[in-house]
Design a protein around this ligand. Sequence first.
Ligand code: ADP
Ligand code: GN1
Ligand code: MG
Length: 358
Amino acid sequence: MLNAAAHFNLQGQPKTCEPYGEGHINQTYLLITDQEVWYILQKINHRVFKDVPALMENIAGVSRFLSAMDSDPRRVLTVVPTLQGADFHQDENGDYWRVYIFVRDSLCLQKQEEQGDFKRSGEAFGRFQQMLENYPADTLHATIPDFHNTPDRYKKLQVAINLDSHNRLSQVGEEVAFALARRDRAGKLQAMQKEGLLKTRVTHNDTKLNNVLLDINTREPLCVIDLDTVMPGLAAHDFGDSIRFGASTAAEDEKNLDLVQFSLPLYREYAEGFLSGCGKSLNQHEINTLPEGAWAMTLECGVRFLTDYLQGDVYFRTHREAQNLDRCRTQFKLVSEMEKNWAEMEKIISELTLLKTK
Ligand code: ADP
Ligand code: GN1
Ligand code: MG
């Protein structure tokens, strides 16, 4: 890794460079230097992101746009250029590397630790989306085409079922039945988008709690990270993806499903934060479909984990056997709990919107 780091315009001498964080996609290292400024070095997963130059063009464009609105380097992700002034380095093996300034004195949470953490992450993602309202969306590349196109995710699941390349289908009959029973409803948001009811915005598309950094002392939201999937998308998807990860009482890969519950109080907190971060930018259809976004993103993610399990775990990094199946099961458990709590989920959003307009 230090070989790769040597190509970047760093302040100080690297002291250590160790694996860091809990992302499922890229390989991330914390690069500690002998100076104040430390760095995040990442090997970009180019099996997932097929066009890395296009991806880095998106990230550089968005982070420069944001830093023109807020110049504090702890509040906007900063891309560090190579010695030649490029935004990434490609090594002799064809691997791609990039460097960000490490946001010091920050927290990256896997779940809410203190009351208000999740709400504050909602504010950060809402504000992120609002700040990008005037970003020229047509200049963004689709880094993963059809990323949150749920009907398309179903097509991919069907292909994996038909192929059953790892002979795992017989173990997942229940999960497949659960997914297929919800296939029709899963396309609702895409249909509304096509009808023009839902606005296509510049969205983050991977709004997990661990993709936002909080200040270690004040716990204020600092910086939205992991901009790989910033693309045109729906507000309900950004809202929903946060809920599926952060409003669960257990980890995404918890084996004991009795521990996995959908928490309405956490859902409410996040919604409060997200709506305040978005300001007045959402239209009524977008607001009304926030619960649907939570349901659809949770279902979609479960479908993606199931597909990957059937395909032999080729997409999401796994550390143990059947981890993707466990991840799928937690998502489907959350989906059924959301269905049971549907009226309450809708009520919370209308109550919060009424409060806001008062
Ligand atoms: P992945 O796409 O694999 O999730 P991320 O870009 O989210 O990769 O990075 C993985 C982890 O590295 C994050 O969850 C966070 O802990 C840490 N991280 C990434 N960028 C920064 C940064 N600029 N400052 C501090 N920590 C960071
Ligand atoms: C991946 O990159 P990371 O770990 O923040 C994935 C998300 C999934 C998530 C599930 C580019 O997010 O879409 O929701 O895992 N990112 C990509 O935890 O596929
Ligand atoms: Mg991440």
